[in-house]
Design a protein around this ligand. Structure first.
Ligand code: NAD
Length: 368
Protein backbone atom coordinates (compact mmCIF):
# COMPACT_ATOMS: atom_id res chain seq x y z
CA UNK A 1 0.00 0.00 0.00
CA UNK A 2 1.29 3.50 -0.78
CA UNK A 3 2.28 5.91 1.95
CA UNK A 4 -0.30 8.45 3.11
CA UNK A 5 0.24 11.74 1.27
CA UNK A 6 0.46 15.18 2.79
CA UNK A 7 0.71 18.59 1.14
CA UNK A 8 2.36 21.17 3.39
CA UNK A 9 1.59 24.84 2.76
CA UNK A 10 3.49 26.85 5.40
CA UNK A 11 2.31 30.26 4.07
CA UNK A 12 3.39 33.61 5.50
CA UNK A 13 4.59 35.24 8.74
CA UNK A 14 4.85 32.71 11.55
CA UNK A 15 3.36 30.00 9.29
CA UNK A 16 6.77 28.63 8.19
CA UNK A 17 8.12 28.91 11.76
CA UNK A 18 5.39 26.82 13.36
CA UNK A 19 5.32 24.41 10.41
CA UNK A 20 9.06 23.78 10.82
CA UNK A 21 8.30 22.15 14.19
CA UNK A 22 5.60 19.96 12.62
CA UNK A 23 8.06 18.85 9.94
CA UNK A 24 10.41 17.70 12.70
CA UNK A 25 7.59 15.61 14.17
CA UNK A 26 6.83 14.12 10.76
CA UNK A 27 10.53 13.15 10.47
CA UNK A 28 10.39 11.70 13.99
CA UNK A 29 7.38 9.57 12.98
CA UNK A 30 9.44 8.15 10.11
CA UNK A 31 12.60 7.35 12.05
CA UNK A 32 11.11 6.32 15.41
CA UNK A 33 7.72 4.87 14.47
CA UNK A 34 8.30 3.67 10.91
CA UNK A 35 5.38 5.79 9.68
CA UNK A 36 6.34 7.50 6.44
CA UNK A 37 4.31 10.16 4.70
CA UNK A 38 4.77 11.23 1.09
CA UNK A 39 5.24 14.92 1.83
CA UNK A 40 5.19 17.67 -0.77
CA UNK A 41 5.47 21.36 -0.03
CA UNK A 42 4.22 24.43 -1.85
CA UNK A 43 3.32 28.10 -1.56
CA UNK A 44 0.07 29.73 -0.47
CA UNK A 45 -0.88 33.31 0.39
CA UNK A 46 1.49 36.26 0.10
CA UNK A 47 4.55 34.15 -0.72
CA UNK A 48 2.65 32.52 -3.61
CA UNK A 49 1.65 35.99 -4.84
CA UNK A 50 5.31 37.06 -4.72
CA UNK A 51 6.34 34.02 -6.76
CA UNK A 52 3.41 33.64 -9.17
CA UNK A 53 1.23 36.76 -8.95
CA UNK A 54 -1.59 34.68 -7.44
CA UNK A 55 -2.16 33.54 -3.83
CA UNK A 56 -2.74 29.96 -5.00
CA UNK A 57 -1.28 28.59 -8.22
CA UNK A 58 -3.51 26.21 -10.20
CA UNK A 59 -0.87 23.47 -9.84
CA UNK A 60 -1.00 23.83 -6.05
CA UNK A 61 -4.79 23.63 -6.14
CA UNK A 62 -4.59 20.47 -8.25
CA UNK A 63 -2.10 18.93 -5.80
CA UNK A 64 -4.40 19.76 -2.86
CA UNK A 65 -7.21 17.84 -4.59
CA UNK A 66 -5.02 14.76 -4.97
CA UNK A 67 -3.39 14.33 -1.56
CA UNK A 68 -4.87 12.63 1.50
CA UNK A 69 -4.55 15.79 3.60
CA UNK A 70 -3.38 19.39 3.37
CA UNK A 71 -1.62 21.03 6.31
CA UNK A 72 -1.56 24.83 6.22
CA UNK A 73 0.35 27.33 8.42
CA UNK A 74 -1.10 30.82 8.03
CA UNK A 75 -1.44 33.48 5.35
CA UNK A 76 -1.34 37.26 5.16
CA UNK A 77 0.64 40.20 6.40
CA UNK A 78 0.85 44.00 6.17
CA UNK A 79 2.99 43.80 3.01
CA UNK A 80 -0.09 42.54 1.14
CA UNK A 81 -2.73 44.81 2.68
CA UNK A 82 -2.99 47.08 -0.38
CA UNK A 83 -3.28 44.30 -2.97
CA UNK A 84 -6.44 44.01 -5.02
CA UNK A 85 -9.09 41.93 -3.20
CA UNK A 86 -8.89 39.20 -5.87
CA UNK A 87 -5.23 38.41 -5.11
CA UNK A 88 -5.10 39.00 -1.36
CA UNK A 89 -3.36 36.15 0.52
CA UNK A 90 -6.63 35.07 2.19
CA UNK A 91 -8.15 34.39 -1.25
CA UNK A 92 -5.73 31.45 -1.55
CA UNK A 93 -7.12 29.88 1.58
CA UNK A 94 -10.72 30.58 0.58
CA UNK A 95 -10.11 28.98 -2.83
CA UNK A 96 -8.79 25.84 -1.17
CA UNK A 97 -11.81 25.61 1.13
CA UNK A 98 -14.27 26.28 -1.71
CA UNK A 99 -12.84 24.03 -4.41
CA UNK A 100 -12.25 21.16 -1.99
CA UNK A 101 -15.88 21.69 -0.84
CA UNK A 102 -14.91 21.50 2.83
CA UNK A 103 -18.36 21.61 4.43
CA UNK A 104 -17.52 20.29 7.89
CA UNK A 105 -15.39 22.50 10.14
CA UNK A 106 -13.97 20.85 13.26
CA UNK A 107 -12.95 23.10 16.11
CA UNK A 108 -11.81 21.25 19.23
CA UNK A 109 -11.83 22.91 22.63
CA UNK A 110 -9.32 21.04 24.71
CA UNK A 111 -8.00 22.36 28.00
CA UNK A 112 -4.68 21.04 29.20
CA UNK A 113 -4.62 20.94 33.00
CA UNK A 114 -1.44 23.02 33.12
CA UNK A 115 -3.20 25.88 31.31
CA UNK A 116 -6.53 25.80 33.17
CA UNK A 117 -5.63 29.09 34.88
CA UNK A 118 -5.61 30.85 31.50
CA UNK A 119 -9.36 30.31 31.11
CA UNK A 120 -11.81 32.98 32.20
CA UNK A 121 -13.87 30.20 33.82
CA UNK A 122 -13.18 28.41 37.10
CA UNK A 123 -10.41 25.84 36.93
CA UNK A 124 -12.62 22.84 37.80
CA UNK A 125 -15.08 23.80 35.02
CA UNK A 126 -12.43 23.63 32.29
CA UNK A 127 -9.57 21.39 33.50
CA UNK A 128 -9.48 18.27 31.34
CA UNK A 129 -12.10 19.63 28.93
CA UNK A 130 -12.07 17.92 25.52
CA UNK A 131 -14.98 18.69 23.23
CA UNK A 132 -15.40 19.11 19.48
CA UNK A 133 -17.64 21.61 17.73
CA UNK A 134 -18.58 20.73 14.16
CA UNK A 135 -19.77 23.74 12.19
CA UNK A 136 -21.44 23.44 8.78
CA UNK A 137 -19.19 25.66 6.67
CA UNK A 138 -20.50 26.08 3.13
CA UNK A 139 -24.22 26.89 3.44
CA UNK A 140 -26.74 28.59 5.76
CA UNK A 141 -27.29 32.27 6.32
CA UNK A 142 -23.85 33.38 5.10
CA UNK A 143 -24.64 32.06 1.61
CA UNK A 144 -28.47 31.94 1.28
CA UNK A 145 -30.34 34.03 -1.32
CA UNK A 146 -31.93 36.53 -1.40
CA UNK A 147 -29.38 38.70 0.33
CA UNK A 148 -28.49 42.37 0.17
CA UNK A 149 -29.57 45.84 1.24
CA UNK A 150 -32.72 46.98 -0.55
CA UNK A 151 -34.95 50.06 -0.65
CA UNK A 152 -38.33 49.44 0.92
CA UNK A 153 -40.68 52.42 1.04
CA UNK A 154 -38.72 55.31 2.52
CA UNK A 155 -36.06 53.23 4.23
CA UNK A 156 -33.55 50.45 3.51
CA UNK A 157 -33.82 46.83 4.56
CA UNK A 158 -30.92 44.40 5.07
CA UNK A 159 -31.71 40.80 4.16
CA UNK A 160 -29.93 37.49 4.66
CA UNK A 161 -31.54 34.13 4.20
CA UNK A 162 -31.03 31.03 6.30
CA UNK A 163 -31.32 28.14 3.85
CA UNK A 164 -30.44 24.46 4.25
CA UNK A 165 -31.22 21.55 1.97
CA UNK A 166 -31.75 18.06 3.37
CA UNK A 167 -28.58 16.83 1.68
CA UNK A 168 -26.47 19.61 3.21
CA UNK A 169 -27.73 18.70 6.68
CA UNK A 170 -27.40 14.99 5.98
CA UNK A 171 -23.71 15.18 5.03
CA UNK A 172 -22.60 17.28 7.99
CA UNK A 173 -24.59 15.03 10.34
CA UNK A 174 -22.76 12.00 8.92
CA UNK A 175 -19.45 13.79 9.38
CA UNK A 176 -20.34 14.37 13.06
CA UNK A 177 -21.42 10.77 13.64
CA UNK A 178 -18.31 9.35 11.95
CA UNK A 179 -16.16 11.58 14.12
CA UNK A 180 -18.09 10.66 17.27
CA UNK A 181 -17.32 7.01 16.56
CA UNK A 182 -13.62 7.90 16.93
CA UNK A 183 -14.39 9.59 20.28
CA UNK A 184 -17.06 8.73 22.86
CA UNK A 185 -20.02 8.16 20.53
CA UNK A 186 -22.01 11.10 21.91
CA UNK A 187 -23.39 13.91 19.70
CA UNK A 188 -25.47 16.96 20.60
CA UNK A 189 -27.12 18.77 17.67
CA UNK A 190 -27.92 22.46 18.14
CA UNK A 191 -30.40 24.66 16.22
CA UNK A 192 -33.39 26.88 16.96
CA UNK A 193 -36.23 24.53 15.98
CA UNK A 194 -38.48 26.50 18.34
CA UNK A 195 -38.43 29.58 16.08
CA UNK A 196 -36.86 28.62 12.72
CA UNK A 197 -38.19 26.24 10.04
CA UNK A 198 -34.62 25.53 8.94
CA UNK A 199 -34.04 24.42 12.53
CA UNK A 200 -37.04 22.05 12.40
CA UNK A 201 -35.67 20.49 9.19
CA UNK A 202 -32.15 20.35 10.70
CA UNK A 203 -33.43 18.43 13.74
CA UNK A 204 -35.53 16.00 11.64
CA UNK A 205 -32.71 15.18 9.21
CA UNK A 206 -30.03 14.75 11.90
CA UNK A 207 -32.34 12.39 13.82
CA UNK A 208 -33.20 10.43 10.63
CA UNK A 209 -29.53 9.92 9.70
CA UNK A 210 -28.82 8.71 13.21
CA UNK A 211 -31.82 6.33 13.26
CA UNK A 212 -31.05 4.88 9.83
CA UNK A 213 -27.27 4.53 9.88
CA UNK A 214 -25.77 5.41 13.27
CA UNK A 215 -27.84 3.64 15.93
CA UNK A 216 -24.71 3.23 18.07
CA UNK A 217 -24.52 7.03 18.50
CA UNK A 218 -26.16 8.66 21.51
CA UNK A 219 -27.83 11.74 19.96
CA UNK A 220 -29.40 14.65 21.81
CA UNK A 221 -30.82 17.97 20.58
CA UNK A 222 -30.56 21.38 22.19
CA UNK A 223 -31.63 24.90 21.22
CA UNK A 224 -28.47 26.83 20.33
CA UNK A 225 -29.08 29.61 22.89
CA UNK A 226 -29.46 27.04 25.66
CA UNK A 227 -26.36 25.35 24.25
CA UNK A 228 -24.35 28.56 24.67
CA UNK A 229 -25.44 28.74 28.30
CA UNK A 230 -24.59 25.09 28.93
CA UNK A 231 -21.18 25.53 27.29
CA UNK A 232 -20.22 28.17 29.81
CA UNK A 233 -21.98 26.50 32.77
CA UNK A 234 -20.62 22.94 32.44
CA UNK A 235 -18.92 22.29 29.09
CA UNK A 236 -17.76 18.81 30.08
CA UNK A 237 -21.33 17.49 29.58
CA UNK A 238 -20.63 17.59 25.79
CA UNK A 239 -18.41 15.57 23.50
CA UNK A 240 -19.28 16.31 19.84
CA UNK A 241 -21.58 19.25 19.03
CA UNK A 242 -22.91 19.63 15.48
CA UNK A 243 -24.50 22.86 14.37
CA UNK A 244 -25.09 25.18 11.44
CA UNK A 245 -22.80 27.84 9.98
CA UNK A 246 -24.02 30.84 12.00
CA UNK A 247 -24.45 29.17 15.38
CA UNK A 248 -21.23 27.23 14.80
CA UNK A 249 -19.32 30.44 14.16
CA UNK A 250 -20.36 31.77 17.57
CA UNK A 251 -20.29 28.55 19.57
CA UNK A 252 -16.88 27.41 18.29
CA UNK A 253 -15.26 30.73 19.22
CA UNK A 254 -16.94 30.62 22.61
CA UNK A 255 -15.83 27.04 23.26
CA UNK A 256 -12.28 27.63 22.00
CA UNK A 257 -11.77 30.56 24.30
CA UNK A 258 -12.73 28.44 27.31
CA UNK A 259 -9.26 27.04 26.94
CA UNK A 260 -6.88 30.04 26.72
CA UNK A 261 -4.46 31.19 24.03
CA UNK A 262 -4.90 31.50 20.26
CA UNK A 263 -1.51 29.82 19.89
CA UNK A 264 -3.06 26.58 21.19
CA UNK A 265 -6.05 26.16 18.88
CA UNK A 266 -6.05 23.65 15.99
CA UNK A 267 -8.78 23.11 13.39
CA UNK A 268 -9.78 20.84 10.54
CA UNK A 269 -12.10 21.29 7.59
CA UNK A 270 -13.41 18.11 6.00
CA UNK A 271 -15.24 17.40 2.76
CA UNK A 272 -16.76 14.38 1.06
CA UNK A 273 -14.98 11.01 1.18
CA UNK A 274 -12.52 10.41 -1.67
CA UNK A 275 -12.25 7.09 -3.54
CA UNK A 276 -9.94 5.75 -0.80
CA UNK A 277 -12.63 6.50 1.82
CA UNK A 278 -10.68 9.34 3.42
CA UNK A 279 -12.45 12.71 3.54
CA UNK A 280 -10.94 15.65 1.68
CA UNK A 281 -9.19 17.49 4.46
CA UNK A 282 -7.41 20.71 5.35
CA UNK A 283 -5.79 21.09 8.77
CA UNK A 284 -4.66 24.48 10.07
CA UNK A 285 -4.15 26.42 13.28
CA UNK A 286 -6.92 28.92 14.06
CA UNK A 287 -4.43 31.78 14.40
CA UNK A 288 -3.16 34.03 11.59
CA UNK A 289 0.33 34.93 10.43
CA UNK A 290 1.03 37.11 13.53
CA UNK A 291 3.24 39.70 11.77
CA UNK A 292 3.94 41.38 15.13
CA UNK A 293 6.06 38.42 16.26
CA UNK A 294 7.11 36.86 12.93
CA UNK A 295 10.79 36.07 12.52
CA UNK A 296 11.55 36.40 16.23
CA UNK A 297 11.26 32.80 17.37
CA UNK A 298 8.35 33.74 19.63
CA UNK A 299 5.48 31.88 17.97
CA UNK A 300 3.79 29.05 19.80
CA UNK A 301 3.90 26.01 17.47
CA UNK A 302 1.37 23.99 19.51
CA UNK A 303 -1.75 24.96 17.47
CA UNK A 304 -0.01 23.73 14.32
CA UNK A 305 1.32 20.60 16.05
CA UNK A 306 -2.18 19.78 17.33
CA UNK A 307 -3.57 20.36 13.82
CA UNK A 308 -1.18 17.66 12.61
CA UNK A 309 -2.40 15.42 15.46
CA UNK A 310 -5.94 15.94 14.13
CA UNK A 311 -4.75 14.87 10.68
CA UNK A 312 -3.30 11.70 12.20
CA UNK A 313 -6.61 10.89 13.88
CA UNK A 314 -9.19 12.01 11.33
CA UNK A 315 -7.47 11.48 7.96
CA UNK A 316 -5.12 8.61 8.68
CA UNK A 317 -6.91 6.63 11.40
CA UNK A 318 -3.79 6.82 13.56
CA UNK A 319 -5.56 7.66 16.80
CA UNK A 320 -2.79 6.13 18.90
CA UNK A 321 -0.14 8.31 17.26
CA UNK A 322 -2.38 11.38 17.57
CA UNK A 323 -2.72 10.72 21.29
CA UNK A 324 1.04 10.31 21.51
CA UNK A 325 1.56 13.81 20.06
CA UNK A 326 -1.14 15.32 22.28
CA UNK A 327 0.33 13.65 25.38
CA UNK A 328 3.80 15.00 24.49
CA UNK A 329 2.31 18.51 24.34
CA UNK A 330 0.58 17.91 27.67
CA UNK A 331 3.85 16.73 29.25
CA UNK A 332 5.76 19.78 28.04
CA UNK A 333 3.10 22.14 29.40
CA UNK A 334 3.05 20.29 32.72
CA UNK A 335 6.83 20.84 32.92
CA UNK A 336 6.12 24.59 32.86
CA UNK A 337 7.62 25.33 29.44
CA UNK A 338 5.89 28.32 27.88
CA UNK A 339 6.20 30.34 24.66
CA UNK A 340 5.73 34.10 25.07
CA UNK A 341 1.94 34.00 24.56
CA UNK A 342 1.55 31.69 27.58
CA UNK A 343 3.86 33.44 30.00
CA UNK A 344 2.48 35.06 33.11
CA UNK A 345 2.58 32.38 35.79
CA UNK A 346 5.32 32.25 38.37
CA UNK A 347 7.90 29.52 37.83
CA UNK A 348 7.21 29.14 34.10
CA UNK A 349 10.22 28.54 31.84
CA UNK A 350 10.25 30.70 28.69
CA UNK A 351 11.07 28.86 25.48
CA UNK A 352 11.35 29.84 21.81
CA UNK A 353 9.39 28.24 18.97
CA UNK A 354 12.14 25.71 18.32
CA UNK A 355 12.69 25.24 22.08
CA UNK A 356 9.05 24.18 22.34
CA UNK A 357 9.62 21.87 19.36
CA UNK A 358 12.70 20.33 21.05
CA UNK A 359 10.68 19.67 24.20
CA UNK A 360 7.78 18.07 22.29
CA UNK A 361 10.23 15.78 20.49
CA UNK A 362 11.79 14.85 23.85
CA UNK A 363 8.28 14.08 25.11
CA UNK A 364 7.68 11.88 22.05
CA UNK A 365 10.97 10.07 22.69
CA UNK A 366 9.80 9.31 26.23
CA UNK A 367 6.54 7.86 24.92
CA UNK A 368 8.17 4.89 23.19
P1 NAD B 1 -3.23 36.69 14.33
O1 NAD B 1 -3.89 35.42 14.72
O2 NAD B 1 -2.18 36.59 13.31
O3 NAD B 1 -2.61 37.41 15.63
C1 NAD B 1 -3.40 37.88 16.71
C2 NAD B 1 -2.51 38.00 17.97
O4 NAD B 1 -2.24 36.70 18.48
C3 NAD B 1 -1.15 38.64 17.67
O5 NAD B 1 -0.77 39.45 18.76
C4 NAD B 1 -0.23 37.47 17.54
O6 NAD B 1 1.11 37.76 17.90
C5 NAD B 1 -0.83 36.45 18.49
N1 NAD B 1 -0.61 35.08 18.01
C6 NAD B 1 -1.25 34.47 16.99
N2 NAD B 1 -0.77 33.23 16.82
C7 NAD B 1 0.18 33.06 17.74
C8 NAD B 1 1.07 31.98 18.03
N3 NAD B 1 1.05 30.82 17.37
N4 NAD B 1 1.95 32.15 19.05
C9 NAD B 1 1.98 33.29 19.75
N5 NAD B 1 1.17 34.35 19.51
C10 NAD B 1 0.29 34.23 18.51
O7 NAD B 1 -4.40 37.67 13.82
P2 NAD B 1 -4.29 39.14 13.18
O8 NAD B 1 -3.18 39.90 13.84
O9 NAD B 1 -5.66 39.66 13.21
O10 NAD B 1 -3.90 38.89 11.64
C11 NAD B 1 -2.57 38.94 11.13
C12 NAD B 1 -2.59 38.47 9.68
O11 NAD B 1 -3.00 37.11 9.62
C13 NAD B 1 -3.57 39.25 8.80
O12 NAD B 1 -2.99 39.42 7.54
C14 NAD B 1 -4.78 38.34 8.72
O13 NAD B 1 -5.53 38.55 7.54
C15 NAD B 1 -4.12 36.99 8.72
N6 NAD B 1 -4.96 35.89 9.23
C16 NAD B 1 -4.79 34.69 8.62
C17 NAD B 1 -5.50 33.57 9.08
C18 NAD B 1 -5.25 32.25 8.45
O14 NAD B 1 -4.25 32.09 7.75
N7 NAD B 1 -6.07 31.25 8.69
C19 NAD B 1 -6.37 33.69 10.18
C20 NAD B 1 -6.49 34.94 10.80
C21 NAD B 1 -5.77 36.04 10.32
Amino acid sequence: MSNPSLLILPGDGIGPEVMAEVKRIIDWMGTKRGITFDVSEDLVGGCAYDAHGTPLHDDTMAKAQEVDAVLLGAVGGPKYDDLDFSVKPERGLLRLRKEMDLFSNLRPAQCFDALADFSSLKKDVVAGLDIMIIRELTSGVYFGEPRGIFEEGNERVGINTQRYTESEIDRVARSAFELARKRTGKVCSMEKANVMESGILWREVVQKVRDEDYRDIELSHMYADAGAMQLTRWPKQFDVIVTDNLFGDLLSDLAAMLTGSLGMLPSASLGAPMTNGRPKALYEPVHGSAPDIAGQGKANPIACVLSFAMALRYSFDMGEEATRVEKAVETVLAQGLRTADLLGEEGATPVSTSGMGDAILAGLDQSI
